[in-house]
Design a protein around this ligand. Structure first.
Ligand code: GTP
Ligand code: MG
Length: 212
């Protein structure tokens, strides 16, 4: 029994480590894109990047919630958001450009892409989501590890982080008045995004040195 528990513990530590490595790989890819873009266009489309690995205990909680067997095999196969990378871009066009640049790399296998910018969630949530797999090279060979990518603008990110706090505070049961206000704020964020993009285009049009 003790041995079994120790074995499971080792398996879960390994799963977590593999996902940490996958994040390292993705962060390197993002950093290369960023630096190359800056070099070519003297412009950086990425404002900031954050990442997280779900702890074994929250992975197990999610498995229990979804009725997934708490075995390493089932977890690897069915919980695909253990590794998450969030990229915040300046403008809407950049979100598509950055996602395309990452998902078109030959070692990246795209499992699915959800475009919540073109089709926002009913509450107003916007973002590009891509579930991908990348190989991580270990001493025992390569393993393909899932990473959930989220790409959005600063305005979308600002909205999503407040919405997340409110959702959390009310345990998902957000009062109707607040839901309406949040939806209105999402519209305001969209108007800001469109406005900023327009301004940016005008400014870049004046500066021939930085046109791509
Ligand atoms: P999960 O099981 O939560 O991963 O849902 P899913 O597999 O249906 O994926 P989905 O693309 O809907 O959402 C994945 C992630 O996007 C979530 O874990 C959040 O980080 C983010 N997200 C999705 N919807 C919302 C939303 O309405 N508000 C906020 N703040 N974040 C959201
Ligand atoms: Mg998730």
């Amino acid at each position: 029994m003790v041995q079994l528990a120790r074995r499971l513990r080792q398996d879960f530590d390994r799963i977590q480590m593999e996902h940490e490595f996958a994040i390292d790989e993705m962060l390197t890819k993002v950093s290369i894109l960023r630096r190359e873009f800056q070099h070519l266009h003297r412009y950086n489309p990425i404002e900031h990047v954050t990442s997280r690995v779900k702890s074994p205990s929250s992975t197990l909680k999610k498995a229990a919630r979804l009725g997934i067997d708490p075995t390493p095999e089932a977890i690897r196969e069915r919980i695909r958001d253990i590794a998450g990378v969030r990229i915040t871009c300046s403008f809407i066009a950049d979100t598509y450009r950055v996602l395309e640049a990452l998902t078109s790399q030959t070692d990246v296998r795209v499992i699915n892409v959800k475009d919540y910018i073109a089709e926002p969630k009913p509450n107003g949530y916007k973002s590009l989501h891509a579930l991908i797999e990348i190989p991580v090279f270990l001493s025992t060979g390569a393993v393909n590890v899932a990473v959930e990518l989220q790409v959005r603008t600063i305005a979308m990110d600002f909205w999503a982080s407040l919405e997340h706090k409110i959702h959390y505070k009310y345990d998902g049961d957000v009062p109707a008045g607040l839901v309406t206000s949040l939806t209105a704020a999402a519209r305001a964020a969209q108007i800001l995004d469109e406005h900023m993009e327009q301004l940016h285009r005008e400014v870049r049009g004046l500066d021939t040195d930085t046109v791509d």
